[in-house]
Design a protein around this ligand. Structure first.
Ligand SMILES: Cc1cc2nc3c(=O)[nH]c(=O)nc-3n(C[C@H](O)[C@H](O)[C@H](O)COP(=O)(O)O)c2cc1C
Ligand code: SF4
Length: 399
């Protein structure tokens, strides 16, 4: 074990490190492969290595070059249980790539961030069956949910069009990929886009769909996946606040000194802090929780804790943002300590706040009156592939 630890390092931080050192999708080298090869050189036994080898090019390279004898691809096959079948069928480029953020090891295990069917095979099939009747389907929103709905409908053989208001598909996945160590998350949308391309699904970017656009298509089914918008307007002095979205999308470049306030315990505020820090801003960070990224999995928390330590940011804990006031050419943020109620004022050039999102549901409410199910999906029928209540149609997403 001493030798193992000397070669590999401490077990408890391995996963965090593997996530942080993730190769880009094009890289043929797994983050721990060199160490595994060094280990193999010292012993006269076959070596079976599993750690963040997600693509076949890397696996092939590792075995072909004799770095190791056998590759374990655990999460790769949680993301795509048909990985081997796709290789055998000569469809390697269709493998759904594991993005490596280990939701499958959280308490929801083995649920996969990228593959909704994994762990739910009793209700959702991994392989989608063609439908007996072709339906016209409109999907509004090309974030992960809309893209997945469009993909499943496309696999069913339906006639699908996707409307997306932005110039690029991906929604919040694009913002999440701004964190240094989470670049690969963009494969969640990229893989779906390549599948939509293969399936002939029409994607209309830069198209803010309104009710008239939907009616014009005369669809059998409308799937509204318009996501949400930053939930910051309720705060006193909201006009003085910059949303995480504005920062990460590049719409609001960071000022010289920023205060980032996390109201959710998730990735968004820390991602914005890292983005600003990388751009040379001096960063103050406060969170509503007693530790960093409390809502995230253990391995993710390790990475954030390490980054905040390395970047010499001293986070403030258990503080809630109450108000942001203009103070000359600066901003003054009022934070309240959760434990005692004590108020503190911090000065910054920019105050960036994450408090999650609220649904962008205007279109949904406009359309639901005209729908057979009043916009409420009967999940039992959906899973059984049956028509929604009162409808003639079969459910195109039913598998
Ligand atoms: C959902 C899940 C459950 C796991 N359970 C075990 C386990 O019970 N025992 C074990 O030694 N490793 C377990 N592992 C670790 C894997 O065997 C593997 O070493 C690790 O996921 C790294 O390989 P990968 O990058 O190919 O996923 C588990 C991994 C996952 C994702
Ligand atoms: S949850 Fe993430 S790490 Fe786990 S298999 Fe899915 S994509 Fe890979």
């Amino acid at each position: 074990m001493d030798f193992f630890n000397a070669v590999y390092g401490r077990m408890d931080t391995q996963i965090g490190l593997a996530m942080e050192n993730m190769p880009g999708m094009a890289s043929p080298i797994g983050p721990w492969l060199e160490k595994a090869a060094a280990f193999k050189e010292k012993i006269n036994l076959p070596v079976f290595h599993a750690a963040r080898i997600t693509d076949i090019a890397t696996a092939r390279h590792a075995v072909r070059e004799g770095l190791i004898d056998l590759v374990g691809m655990t999460r790769a096959q949680i993301a795509d249980p048909h990985l081997v079948a796709k290789i055998a069928a000569g469809e390697e480029e269709r493998i759904r790539p594991c993005v490596g953020f280990t939701h499958c090891m959280s308490e929801l295990r083995p649920a996969c961030l990228h593959n909704p069917a994994t762990g739910h095979e009793n209700t959702l099939r991994q392989v989608i069956q063609p439908a007996s009747n072709v339906r016209k389907v409109v999907v509004v929103g090309a974030g992960p949910a809309g893209l997945e709905a469009a993909r499943v409908c496309g696999e069913r053989g339906h006639d699908v069009v996707v409307f997306e208001a932005a110039a690029r598909a991906g929604g919040q996945v694009l913002l999440a990929s701004e964190a240094d160590w989470r670049k690969d998350i963009v494969a969640i949308s990229d893989w779906r886009l390549s599948e939509l391309d293969r399936l002939g699904v029409e994607l209309r970017l830069n198209h803010f769909a309104e009710t008239a656009d939907i009616h014009e298509r005369n669809p059998d089914v409308v799937i509204v996946a318009t996501g949400g918008t930053p939930n910051i307007d309720w705060l006193q002095g909201a006009a003085n606040i910059t949303s995480v979205w504005d920062v990460l999308s590049g719409n609001a470049p960071p000022s010289g000194d920023v205060l980032v306030v996390d109201g959710t315990g998730r990735h968004a505020a820390l991602t914005a802090a890292q983005y600003c820090w990388n751009k040379g801003a001096s960063v103050q960070f406060a969170t509503i929780d007693e530790s960093l990224a409390t809502e995230q999995a253990y391995a993710e928390r390790v990475v954030w804790r390490r980054w905040i330590h390395q970047s010499k940011i001293s986070p403030r804990f258990e503080e809630q943002l109450k108000e942001v006031r203009r103070d000359g050419n600066k901003l003054s943020a009022v934070l309240q300590t959760e434990l005692t109620g004590e108020l503190t004022e911090l000065s910054a050039g920019q105050v960036i706040f994450d408090y999650g999102t609220i649904p962008a549901d205007g279109l949904y409410h406009e359309l639901r009156e005209g729908s057979v199910n009043s916009g409420v999906t009967d999940l039992g029928r959906l899973v059984a592939g049956e028509a929604q209540c009162g409808s003639r149609q079969t459910n195109p997403a039913g598998t």
